[in-house]
Design a protein around this ligand. Structure first.
Ligand code: SF4
Length: 254
């Protein structure tokens, strides 16, 4: 059964790329290795773990999630417990006040929608509808929603984090001003069946190790022949622009 609702917003167009995405990934995987899909959590656990991981390193949020699940294995108890107690249990993950309220709001929304603490029904929804519904939950953005759909439910969608957003803009997958919400929709148009996790993981590795911010290491990049940013701007021009900005256009000696 397909359910959920479309938001009615203007649809994004599939971008015309100068490369074939699968072939681009093949080349990147020679450098970073082939990603292996590991289903860490069930969808409920993935959602709560994701909320805990917002604005903090995994090294802080993951132990908090393990401690929380050990202390409160029952979702109903987690939803109904005093929020201050929940805050204490997740304190190490940071922003505990906000995250405790998001977790309880998410549990309440899921119980009301599905009559139980389970997101398994989302397997049968359109990806866009499922993401739209998940993002109605306070504290759940498109990236968190896509992580649940891709990692825990095996759906064909690509979570777009800051690295993928940057790499995607440079490659011309996303237009310059496109925000991360729309970027998720573009990725939905490009993803081939079963390729969501692979695209996510490979582009993240590229963004972390080579296509960094603010200045990418294009000299070491195996896909630069297909990169729009490299052809139009390139690191030298960027360095010159940054220098001019710093000095107000004056030449600096030494
Ligand atoms: S050529 Fe440079 S900007 Fe383009 S993808 Fe490679 S590292 Fe990134």
């Amino acid at each position: 059964m397909k359910t959920g609702g479309r938001s009615g917003r203007k649809q994004v167009r599939k971008p015309r790329l100068s490369f074939e995405l699968g072939e681009l990934l093949d080349r990147l995987e020679v450098v970073y290795g082939r990603s292996r899909y590991i289903n860490r959590f069930d969808p409920m656990e993935e959602l709560v773990s994701c909320i805990l991981s917002q604005n903090t390193a995994d090294a802080n949020s993951f132990p908090s999630f393990i401690r929380l699940r050990a202390a409160v294995p029952d979702w109903a108890e987690m939803e109904l417990m005093p929020v201050e107690e929940l805050e204490l249990l997740i304190k190490k993950a940071g922003l505990a006040k906000q995250k405790a309220r998001s977790i309880q709001a998410a549990l309440g929304a899921i119980r009301e929608k599905f009559g139980m603490y389970s997101l398994d029904d989302l397997r049968n929804w359109e990806v866009e509808q499922a993401r739209d519904w998940l993002t109605t939950i306070p504290g759940v953005g498109p990236k968190t929603a896509s992580i649940v759909l891709c990692f825990a439910l095996g759906r064909d969608t690509v979570p777009v984090d800051t690295h993928i957003h940057r790499v995607g803009k440079r490659l011309g997958i996303f237009s310059e001003g496109m925000d991360a919400n729309r970027a998720h929709e573009v990725m939905d148009l490009l993803v081939e069946p079963g390729q969501g996790f692979r695209i996510h993981n490979t582009l993240i590795q590229h963004g972390r190790q080579t296509c960094m911010a603010p200045i990418p290491n294009c000299a070491a990049c195996v896909i630069r022949d297909d990169c729009r940013w490299f052809k139009r701007v390139g690191p030298e021009k960027l360095r010159e622009q940054m220098r001019k900005k710093r000095t107000g256009g004056k030449r600096v000696s030494g």
